[in-house]
Write a protein of this length. Structure first.
Lengths: 282, 294
């Protein structure tokens, strides 16, 4: 079994790196860690980077997870290879672009680009946000799926994810105590559905709602509250259509042994208990 | 030593009701139950509504052109002292007739007019209900919490509330003045204005969830949100202010702070962020817009 320890980074192709930088600083509120000729590295917590924009196709989207060590990475590569997933072993240059010691890349059954990384860099300098959004860190991703049941099996049987709750057939899955690290979302093809950053308080969510509305950033869902994780949330749209989420108050699954996934109906109130309706095209 | 035990206790006990002058009572009552979520009280004389364990906290009155609020006074002696002080200070105050008392569900009332022209009933023994409050929709209302009053004569209105009635200033935002008389940050807020009347009537609700659920509930019914969802930095409360019938403004609020016994009134800058720390702004009500830089 592939043991995912935590989320590590997201890598997004950008059609215009300047737009991506402007949004990241003025709207999202991340800190620029490094700006190279073709890449923008952004911090959200004490890691050296958690989001990287690179000059390229916006459809080129990757999510990186941390695994324990190089032995575990080799074992994961073997497992994936046996299951027929094409595995790419990261070159030294590619590793340095990701600020990790080693990594492998593959595609999940839907075709999402996933990387498993060893020893992602942390930074000795503390995280200083560019605006007072109250961000405490990169926390989870939503991944599109073309077959929720098949992909749930991949994440829970090939990898170590556990289902925390389901909305219809859509699984919210955890790899540690946090309610979910990967949320599946039905879609027509591969891609990142949303990128979540946690914030410090309810106030931060609502302040950002006013701040982003004032900047004419499209608010696509919320402010709202998920009845599944209990989190208060706000979804909004960034460059190239990527959706970002702020949330606060995500439940922790305290007892791994006794937790049973709850089944929520596939209806709007399962996504927001306050009554917000998603404006995202499906 | 416990400061609360030594602080002089106010003779103002509670904000007990609001009487709104309306011309279309049935549509106002429909709003009060279907949107606000209050409980209608069966009564032949008037349209009465409950928000908590009291017999009524809202009366929709077609017989008057002036809205008013009711404040419970501790006892006869305190009310007599207030009546004498009001007379001496030149305020209009008259004893309510037996019929007026009956319509207010109180045993005695002194009907006072403040310097602005707002009517304030000082009342004794307002009626409670033995039956528990049963709301008409799940808005999470916990009770009538505060009112905002327009003030055309802030200095004299403040004199009435503090020197004569015994309320204390808890904080100011620009010239908006919050008045406390129990453990809560404010029960009355005075808003500088060119008019008489109420700025809003505010009901406490049980949670932030209740505020946000109502935010979407009223939006779906095409009801105009006038201010919020927002958070008032002085009192800490999260609020949602929206348009009611006949120009009245109603508010839900959650998280109104208690006042520490040694609280000293703070002056918040005359800026929109002093009325909402989240950044919501009110475009339609002049009293809820703080002029910047004063």
């Amino acid at each position: 079994m592939i043991e995912l320890k935590d989320l590590c980074y997201a890598r997004l192709g950008a059609s215009d790196l300047d737009d991506a930088e402007s949004f990241s600083i003025k709207s999202l509120g991340l800190q620029v860690a490094e700006h190279t000729a073709k890449s923008l590295y952004l911090r959200s917590d004490d890691r050296a980077h958690t989001l990287c924009y690179f000059e390229g196709d916006p459809a080129d989207q990757t999510v990186g997870f941390e695994v324990e060590d190089e032995d575990k990475l080799t074992a994961a590569a073997t497992t994936l290879d046996e299951l027929g997933h094409a595995v790419h072993v990261g070159t030294a240059t590619e590793c340095s672009l990701r600020k990790v010691k080693a990594f492998i890349g593959f595609k999940d059954p839907t075709g999402n680009q996933i990387e498993l990384a060893v020893r992602p860099e942390r930074s000795g300098k503390r995280y200083v946000a560019t605006r007072d959004a109250g961000i405490t860190g990169f926390s989870h991703v939503g991944l599109y799926t073309t077959d929720p049941a098949r992909d749930e099996r991949f994440w829970t049987q090939v990898c170590n994810a556990r289902v925390s709750d389901r909305i219809g057939d859509i699984a919210l899955m955890r790899v540690n105590a946090i309610h979910h690290t990967v949320a599946l979302a039905p879609g027509r093809g591969a891609g990142i559905h949303h990128i979540n950053h946690q914030v410090g308080s309810n106030d931060d969510v609502l302040r950002s709602y006013c701040h982003l509305s004032g900047q004419r950033v499209p608010i696509v869902f919320g402010p709202g509250r998920h009845p599944t994780s209990g989190a208060r949330f706000l979804y909004f749209q960034g460059p190239d259509g990527m959706v970002f989420e702020y949330s606060v108050g995500v439940d922790e699954i305290e007892d791994e042994e006794t937790h049973r996934p709850r089944q929520f109906g596939f209806e709007p109130s399962s996504l927001c208990m306050w009554g917000a309706k998603s404006a995202r095209p499906r | 030593m416990n400061m609360a035990a030594t602080a002089p206790r106010s003779s103002l006990i509670q904000l007990c009701y609001v009487r709104l002058a309306v011309s279309q009572p049935q549509s106002a009552a429909a709003f009060a139950t279907e949107v606000l979520g209050l409980q209608a009280v069966p009564d032949k004389q008037a349209l009465l509504l409950r928000s908590d364990n009291r017999y009524h906290t809202l009366c929709l009155d077609t017989t008057t052109a002036t809205s008013s609020i009711g404040i419970e006074i501790a006892d006869e002696a305190a009310l007599d002292r207030m009546a004498a002080a009001l007379k001496q200070e030149g305020f209009t105050a008259r004893e309510a007739t037996a019929e007026e008392c009956a319509r207010r569900f109180v045993r005695r009332a002194l009907i006072v007019v403040d310097a602005t022209g707002n009517e304030i009933d000082l009342v004794l023994r307002p009626a409670q209900s033995g039956r528990r409050y049963f709301p008409s929709r799940d808005a999470g209302i916990t009770g009538l919490q505060s009112v905002g009053l327009r003030s055309r004569a802030l200095k004299d209105d403040l004199r009435l509330w503090t020197a004569i009635l015994g309320a204390r200033v808890s904080d100011r935002a620009g010239d908006v003045t919050y008045l406390q008389f129990d453990h809560k940050h404010h029960r009355i807020a005075l808003y500088p204005s060119s008019r008489t009347g109420l700025v809003y009537v505010s009901y406490g609700v049980e949670s932030m969830d209740a505020i946000m659920q109502s935010n979407y509930f009223v939006q779906e019914r095409q009801i105009k949100i006038l201010h919020g969802p927002g958070r008032d930095p002085a009192s800490g409360q999260i609020f949602l202010r929206f348009e009611g019938p006949e120009g009245y403004v109603f508010s839900y609020a959650y998280g109104l702070n208690d006042v520490e016994p040694n609280h000293h009134p703070r002056q918040f800058a005359s800026q929109p962020s002093s009325l909402c720390e989240w950044g919501s702004e009110c475009r339609d009500i002049p009293e809820l817009q703080l002029p910047s830089g004063r």
